[in-house]
Design a protein around this ligand. Sequence first.
Ligand code: FEO
Length: 405
Amino acid sequence: MKPIELKPGIYWVGAIDWAVRDFHGYVTPNGTTYNNYLVLDEQVTLLDTVKHDFSDVTIRNIRHLVDPAEIKHIVINHIENDHVTSIAEIMHMTPNATIHISEKGKKGLDRFFDTSGWRVNIVKTGDTLRIGKRTLLFLETPMLHWPDSMMTYVREDRILISQDAFGQHYASAARFDDEFISCFSAAELNDAVIDYYANILMPFGTLIKTKIAEVEKLGLEIDMIAPDHGIIWRKDPSNILRMYLDMANGKADLRVAIIYDTMWHSTERMTVPLMQGIKDEEVDVKVVKLRANPISLAVKEFWKARGCLIGSPTLNNGMFPTVAQFLTYLKGLRPKNRLVGAFGSYGWMGGAVSSIYKELEKMGLAIVEDGVQVVYKPSPEDERRCYDFGREFAKKVKEYHETFQ
Ligand code: FEO
């Protein structure tokens, strides 16, 4: 790779990770990128670093433009490992640089690295740094998605370096939204945004609204939003802001996700009449078998749909383990604004469906009770009950969806 110019004097100097498929448990079928940015001004400034495996890549990109020893400032917007673990190597090359970081970021930095001898400046929202012709403005965004998180706004160029927010896990040759859309499609890009939001930012919808309002209140004009993963938004940055606000406000498609697992195909066979009942109410359906798909994909499909039916066979009086795992992950993401129900099969004693309902209640989601259950194998009568339940569920999803219009 080589540096890519965002605006005169501002460059992407990051790395593309084509191969990563397990991103701390989140499956990334399209890989990811670690974006960081170099500003060539009177005082050369590096905004973020990359994952340690790619230290040599970013250093080579920086060297294309400048001797790393000339870097005067390094802004660390977030201390998670994928963005900070090449800092020690970079500091070794530019020992006189000052690191600018939030207070909580500094605490984390001290835990991850031996920072003795490093010059560190703690910044907070509203603080600025003049680096020559340009001014950097810092905006703390705690819990978006770590306590230390912040963003940096390059005032004269109207670029928001947004860290994890507005990112996507997608490795491609495209660096910008318009490039990606002409190569692939807007739908594929939107899907990558939703996947990332659902799996990382779902718990923080209220904070997202507050922060976007804060940016608006500060009157920041934004020409470009440059996240630390995936493509950079330059075609229409307001589009991604709108998309985030919509998701934070509970936007979903009029659709039902059927998310299930099965032992001997009985629960699986229930999905077909359920699907047919939903479809006959003219509601779209997506069916996801947990054991056949990454859990992160199931969460994305859950998030896209207004309604979700979760199915499990009974195993040892409870849920099948993959279903329990899915619900544990989902609960941590604090989902809202979705209508849910359950279904399942059992042999001599049930337990899975009631266990699913207990978990759904703990999440505080809107619930359709009395999920359909079958013994051993669905009979034609059982299939009729599944169809009816699917149809009734779809009707309720439509009513519930209306409340968001
Ligand atoms: Fe991409 Fe929170 O790290």
